[in-house]
Design a protein around this ligand. Structure first.
Ligand code: ARG
Ligand code: ZN
Length: 877
């Protein structure tokens, strides 16, 4: 392996030169696009005179270079594979360069590339350096003017950031368009799109009465799939005005859908570029989950216009400044426009599964890392989701009103600047008067804090003593951890009354639901005037991103499940109760002892089904078992087979015991109302489909008939896909095979539906799943060059089909490693992501450890991209 060097936060210095104005001209051609750049540069006031000019640049063929109009001689500059140095430059000057690049050869999908017939860009984090020579760092902010020249036939539409100012015809069937973006921006927010696109247009009047034109640009066949994204955009624009006082600042806002995209979407100024999977929806092609995801991502990218674009990051170590805050903003938006408790349950169950695993693995890193080799590897659950949890804690600590005051201050004080996480937190400290010094450790310390809680009720004194102990396990490069400032929201639920008791702490009454602050490694809280013995409801709403253990009995948990006033903790009590039962069953499986179902779980589920008192979406969540991945997360050493067997046993036992109740829930929640992605309909479908899953787990005759009918009714993709998945995952091949085939033929031309068709096949638990992956990799609709396809087939198999991926013959690991080796050349960013399950090898038994490690070593033998080098060297350290 070659050895790329890490860069360090502590080495930050402002750039020697800054760009105030950038003028670009693109002359598009697939294999030889010409890019002319005119940069207006000046010395940075904080840096000394006489320093050379450094411009980043990768895979660029330099055609010409001139300083203040004078072509540079060869000894006046020096080019390397990382960029270009001009030895002597004046205080202020203009630099003209022309380079040639090849969008058609760009399979990494960073910089300027082709997706289908169109050209598009992805510049965050460091893609702009593949377009032209430039100080490619977020603390260099310039206004941009961009002229795009393309073919009149194949690229009738030419887009860039800002407002269109000029367009016209050119000789040889060419034409051009010029765009001006008046807002200074870092180059990672630059965007260009050119192709044969069609638009849907709408309008939005901002709070101060300005008219904004909204456009969604897609390929013609997708024109019917933009409505939900457009409605979501308008909702998000209104919400940001109301919740944060943020108004849009250009006359035009554009979204473009592209099929080949590494991530979900990108917040380029005025021209958001989206993975088509994150923007296109139709009731016949997209599931409820996709409708909700689209709404969230459209909002996320829009919200970046303030949290990211107007106020941006000083350097990439501060990535969570914009991402953590923007995820928090999109989560709050989605909670407001949908069912808030369900949104929180979904967020937390995902977070505790995936982010906890990241924080416990070899690539664990702080929310603000202090070093990295490849920033592309840091678009992680830790930076995004844990970053959002930190912002949520801040909001809860200072209160909603002060939080808004703090964010107003942040946006006004730092508008147009590139700033740090301290700048954000200090605004919150300033408006609230709180000391957030200890709190800042959340940003620098990796790993998931663990809290051990103990409680004791003193009948004679009427006191409840709560002891909290925190520790954060060591993570790579951080063996010593300091105590964190952890807000623990809690209530004490009276065992007689079943309701929240008044909390009195140090003589002060805190109401029935309060936040206590854990700052020490060990801290005791003595609640007085506690009239009856309580069961504590701790960490309500998941008030901090920690693991909390309390020695609850199963009776305690059943009690909380029935009585907790906090919806999130009611759900969590159910999860904890099921996990205890699963623990016993996992042990029984390992010891070869007969498995016995815990009747307390059956009783709890029966009550849920019979009382039917919850919001349907909440009830569906309550009835959903913890995933295999989450169960694995609880085990000291993961036993893949025992987890699968135990979970199946619980599923089937519940289905047998509660068969009639489940069938009744299924039947009463069927509806032929026209599809709408409303929270009510989504909740109803979720509930019905959970019930159907249970029935199908025992291949109940009426369940199978129901699944078959649901598939055949073809009412909406949520129901169709769910029914098809259940059939394909069952042994009913005489129904499943023709259904699968019909579905594949019907949707052969729709890549987003084909992604679903791939995923649902390779996640089946039967032992032929791996052969199906290999077989489907040859399918004409599959391509390793398309990240959505890689995720749908390889990602789904490796992450969601644990028993088959972890086969004891090592074939699952080999398959993933083969793909990673190919992607290392094609698309390093995707390669470094898709490899994740292999990097977690230390969590498994010895036999599997050996097999996984061997595959990592085989990959390490290749000529690795910096992306994979960084991940593999951490995984093998
Ligand atoms: N800023 C984008 C978002 O969160 C993500 C872009 C990440 N791009 C990448 N190549 N890693 O909305
Ligand atoms: Zn983002």
């Amino acid at each position: 392996m070659s050895e790329p060097q890490p860069i360090h936060l502590s080495d930050y210095r402002p750039p020697a030169h800054r760009v105030t104005r950038t003028e670009l001209t693109f002359d598009l051609a697939p294999g030889a696009t010409r890019v002319k750049a005119r940069l207006h540069l000046e010395r940075h006031p904080e840096r000394e005179a006489g320093e050379p000019l450094w411009l980043d640049g990768e895979s660029l063929v330099l055609k010409s270079i001139a300083l203040d109009g004078q072509p540079l001689e060869e000894d006046e500059y020096q080019q390397s594979n990382a960029g270009l140095k001009v030895h002597q430059v004046p205080e202020r000057f203009i630099l003209d360069t022309e380079v040639e690049i090849a969008p058609s050869e760009n399979t990494a999908l960073e910089g300027l590339y082709q997706s289908g017939g169109m050209y598009c860009t992805q510049c965050e984090a460091e893609g702009f350096r593949r377009i032209t020579f430039y100080p490619d760092r977020p603390d260099v902010m310039a206004t941009f003017t961009t002229t795009v020249i393309g073919d009149t036939q194949s690229e009738p539409i030419l887009l860039s950031n800002g407002n269109p100012t000029e367009r016209g015809e050119l000789p040889n069937g060419r034409h051009f368009a010029t765009w001006e973006d008046p807002h200074p921006k870092p180059c990672y927010l630059f965007a260009l799109v050119a192709g044969d696109l069609k638009k849907v247009e709408d309008h939005f009047t901002t709070m101060s009465g300005r008219e904004v034109t909204l456009q969604i640009w897609v390929e013609e066949e997708n024109l019917g799939k933009t409505e939900h994204a457009m409605e979501s955009l308008k909702r998000a624009m209104r919400w940001d005005e109301q919740a944060y006082g943020r108004e849009y600042d250009l006359d035009l806002f554009m979204i473009v859908a592209v099929n080949d995209f590494n991530m979900g979407a990108m917040e380029n100024k005025g021209l958001n570029i989206f993975n088509s999977a994150a923007v296109l929806t139709h009731s016949r092609t997209a599931t409820d989950a996709t409708f909700q995801r689209v709404e969230g991502i459209v909002a996320h990218e829009y919200f970046h216009n303030w949290s990211g674009n107007r106020v941006t990051c000083r350097d990439w170590f501060q990535l969570s400044l914009k991402e953590g805050f923007t995820v928090f903003r999109d989560q709050s938006f989605s909670a407001d426009v949908n069912s808030a408790p369900v949104k929180r349950i979904e967020e937390v169950s995902f977070f505790r599964t995936a982010q906890f695993a990241e924080d416990a693995g070899p690539t664990a890193h702080p929310v603000r890392p202090d070093q990295y080799i490849e920033i592309g590897n840091f678009y992680t659950l830790t930076i995004y989701e844990k970053g959002a949890e930190i912002v949520r804690m801040l909001c809860n600590l200072v209160g909603e009103e002060k939080f808004r005051e703090g964010s107003d201050l942040y946006f006004s004080r730092f508008d147009g600047q590139a700033v740090t996480i301290e700048d954000f937190v200090s605004c919150m400290a300033e408006v609230s008067g709180l000391d957030l010094t200890q709190f800042m450790r959340w940003y620098s310390q990796a790993g998931t804090p663990e809290i051990d809680a103990f409680g004791e009720y003193d009948y004679a004194r009427g006191q409840y003593r709560l002891l909290l102990r925190q520790r954060t396990p060591a993570t790579p490069g951080q063996s010593e951890k300091q105590a964190l400032h952890i807000p623990v929201r809690l209530g004490l639920v009276g065992t007689k009354s079943g309701s929240d008791l008044t909390l009195t702490l140090d003589g002060e009454s805190l109401g029935t639901d309060a936040v206590i602050h854990l700052r020490e490694e060990e801290q005791e809280f003595l609640f007085t005037d506690v009239e009856e013995a309580p069961v504590p409801s701790l960490l309500r709403g998941f008030s901090a991103p920690v693991k909390l253990a309390f020695p609850y009995s199963r009776e305690d948990l059943a009690f909380l499940l029935a009585n907790d006033s906090d919806g999130f903790n009611r759900w969590d009590a159910g999860q904890r109760l099921t996990l205890l039962a699963l623990d016993d069953l996992i042990a029984a499986h390992r010891n070869g002892v007969e498995k016995v179902m815990d009747s307390r779980v059956v009783d709890a589920f029966r009550i849920l089904l019979e009382e039917n008192s919850d919001d349907k979406a909440v009830l569906a969540e309550m009835l959903t078992l913890p995933s295999e991945a989450y169960i694995a997360e609880q085990q000291p050493l993961v036993d893949v087979d025992a987890i699968h067997a135990a979970r199946e046993f619980v599923r089937q036992s519940l289905a047998h015991e509660l068969r009639d109740e489940l069938l009744a829930v299924y039947r009463t929640n069927q509806s032929d109302a026209a599809y709408e992605p409303t929270p009510e309909q989504i909740g109803q479908r979720a509930l019905k489909n959970v019930a159907l899953s249970y029935l199908m787990s025992i291949e109940d005759e009426e369940g199978v008939e129901a699944a078959k009918a649901q598939f055949g009714t073809d009412h909406n993709m949520t129901d169709v896909r769910h029914a098809l998945t259940l059939l394909v995952h069952s042994s009913c091949s005489e129904i499943a095979d023709p259904a699968l085939k019909a579905f594949g033929q019907k949707w052969a031309q729709d890549p987003l539906v084909m992604d679903q068709w791939f995923s649902l096949q390779v996640t089946r638990p039967q032992p032929d799943a791996l052969d199906r992956v290999r077989y489907l990799m040859e399918h004409p609709a599959f391509s390793l060059k398309n990240p959505n396809k890689v995720r749908a087939l390889i990602g789904a198999f490796a992450n969601q089909n644990r028993i088959n991926f972890h086969r004891l013959d090592g074939e699952g690991y080999r398959l993933l490693a083969d793909v990673v080796i190919k992607l290392n050349r094609l698309n390093p960013e995707i390669a470094a992501r898709i490899i994740t399950p292999l990097t977690r090898w230390k969590r498994f038994d010895e036999q599997r450890q050996e097999l996984m490690k061997a595959e990592l070593e085989r990959i390490a033998g290749e000529d690795l991209s910096p992306n994979l080098y960084e991940v593999i060297s951490k995984a093998l350290a």
